[in-house]
Design a protein around this ligand. Sequence first.
Ligand code: 7TS
Length: 411
Amino acid sequence: MTFDVDKIRNDFPVLFQSSRGKPLIYLDNAATTQRPKSVIKAVSSFYENDNANIHRSVYELGERATIKYEDARVKVQKFINAEKSASIIFTKGTTESINLVAYAYGRTFLKPGDEILYSEMEHHSNIVPWQQVAETTGCQLKYIPITDDGTLVEDWRNYFSEKTKFVAITHQSNVLGSINPVKDIITYAHDKGAKILIDAAQSVPHMSVDVQNLGCDFLVFSGHKMLAPTGVGVLYGKTDILNAMPPFLFGGDMISQVGLQSSKWNDLPHKFEAGTPNIAQVIGLGAAIDYINELGIDSIHQYEHELTQYALSKFEELDTIKVFGTRENRGAILSFHSEFVHPHDMAQFLDADGIAVRAGHHCAQPLMERLRVPATTRASLYFYNTREEIDILVNSIKNILKIFSVESQPK
Ligand code: 7TS
């Protein structure tokens, strides 16, 4: 199947606007993606036709809202090939999903002297909650370092010990684009008797992810990075582990019985979905999955791979620019740095050309320290981006380097 990007772009009205007087080029997809018309329509149609609270009403409208919400859960289950829909918990996003696991699993099951292992390339949301677990339980934090090339060190196994009881690792770095060998890490963690959480915020939107094939205990991601509305994320967990965990939030819907002195918890997945959830957003996530399935996640991955390889080749024309990460095993993210232009200046000058990129530490301060830069400029792509947009980006950077008079300086 050919990937008709011009046709696809027509599904994204937001792309057809000018920014600073130039056609908008949106390259901040690692922060959040744009939404296709079908997702916007699914959300507005819910409010126009189906709006009611869920899991509580016998009237037809309430029943329809509940069915649509639960249908979305099954779509997520199938999308990541989870064994049961009960193992799909809707949250607010990746951050909340990790906090849920850190609170309900970490604080319950980790003990003084146990070790939590993460990596040097984690997003803050996969570091800070574990620091809180360490502080409250007395367990230790360990990390797997990265190489100068921006990949996990080859001897990552050596950072495990007999005390490693929990591993929290990103599937794909939001800065380097590096894709980690998570299947091997999961197998090794289990050999060592540790549980493992995969931060799939940057992988599930871009590549096929099969939780049964991976065998991970937990996997988390955000809807808004895969065409869905903000305010919806997913926690996948193995049901035996989720069943053993206490709830994270307490209130309506997560109970089976409430007395004035004590209460009993509802079954999965409701035990972890206290209160009225983000119903329309969840339904929007279902529509986003439909859209991705229509294109095919493998076709999306292939298109993005070719676009990224093209972009990396074009960046080689830029003398004083260093792109972080390796060429292989990487997703559609290009973080770059010039010692002559501060990343914030770079982003501001690109903005003047209508190009939206992010500059900063990308919520990965330990990684910035390891790369020995205060910040990077980051262009992150999705399947609606084009080679023409990459050409405009690279030309714009060339002009910026000229403005900063660095085009002839050595690398
Ligand atoms: N994990 C990774 C790998 C991420 O890239 C992000 C967000 C998160 C967790 C947190 O996701 P949230 O939806 O709960 O916020 N990353 C970015 C980014 O790179 N730029 O803005 C948000």
